[in-house]
Design a protein around this ligand. Sequence first.
Ligand code: PMP
Length: 445
Amino acid sequence: MEQPLEQQDLDLIWHPCSQMKDYETLPPMVIDHAHGCWLYDTHGKAYLDIVSSWWANLLGHTNPVLNARIKAQLDKLEHVIFANFTHEPAITLARRLKALVPPGLSKFQFHDNGSAAVEAALKLCFQYHQQTGHPERQKFLCLTEGYHGETIGALSVGSMDLFALKYKPMLMETVHVEAPDCYRCPYGQHRETCSCPCFAKAEEAFARYGKEAAAMIVEPLLQGSAGMRVYPPLYLKKLRALCDARGVLLIADEIATGFGRTGTLFACEQAGITPDVLCLSKGLTGGYLPMSLTVTTRKIYDAFYDDYGTHKAFLHSHTYAGNPLGCAAALGVLDVLEQQQILPRARETARWLTKEMEARFAGHPHVGEIRHIGLIHALELVADKKTKQPFPAAKRVGYQLYKKALERGLVLRPLGDVLYFNPPLNITREELGQAMGILEAILSD
Ligand code: PMP
């Protein structure tokens, strides 16, 4: 007799970002089908996907519009080499996005996952300086607690020890600028009113390394993997000005923040800045298909444009670059966002959610901070609210709560001891109410 799927899985599959031994006590949930914000396992149990399946699902699972677009595209063209060849869905997507991304970004490279978009951005900035008379500009700056993916270049500009420490000897040397930390602000400021004294750390780093720096990469407004750390637009504005003054390129990694997650289509909009390079993925295809974009300016593009023999071309490729199915999904996303007025509605839902969250959780003795941007709402749990002392990491408080929430049908997947909602943008108040009810129950446990 065949073994249950859970057991077959454990015999065969090595899951991402997991200590496989944990699966002894928490076997994988075998998902059979999904609809909207809900996942259904093979036993018929429903789970509310409040984290959008790794922040990717933008408009609900098996969204009828996206399904129809992908199915229609599938019968026309599933994939084609993207060097020398092209297709209408990619062209239309680039044309439509050009009108939506921060002004001045006009050249679109297609890749197949977030980390790949970051790798391309780093190489692009490096090569740009090589070809514009500044071969000495080879260093990359990034923020502490930043996250940009798991490949070697992306890990090098990430600074979460949890992911990078073991690989340090393999990584390139980068300059880590102390990131804003609004909850435990060392300058005693408040996020809403602050003048960013922490920006002095960036100024110091630029004073020291500015002449050797190729680019600085940031997650605009929200350091997601660090625990949904929200920081003010002013910091980004200052960073844009500093990069300009020092001839350093600015890479905005909007892989997690793009497509309405922070309340605007792109987080950069809130600071009124245009980065030199923008990385997009996740919500780009509604979380359906692996596709990413590295978007840049005409100025950068021109530095690569020359006769073949000058060897200035950007010789970077991924097999699935420009995949037509991904493009069809992405075009569907843009249509749904526009036609169903998703962003204004999500902003309203977000305002309501903030009030509800504060009413229900602000008084809890272990909720240190409730922070939010767009529909993303995070609770940081602490051992001591006054001192903001975290729980000992060995207690794995977040993980224990994750398991409890799963029992009750909520997929929380905390970041350390930070519990958060980052749901599809068209989630209903009723569904959010259900999620908050489960959160209340597990917290009072
Ligand atoms: N950058 C950011 C800001 C991310 O949040 C992520 C993924 N969580 C990545 C890059 C990497 O994307 P991928 O997992 O598709 O490689």
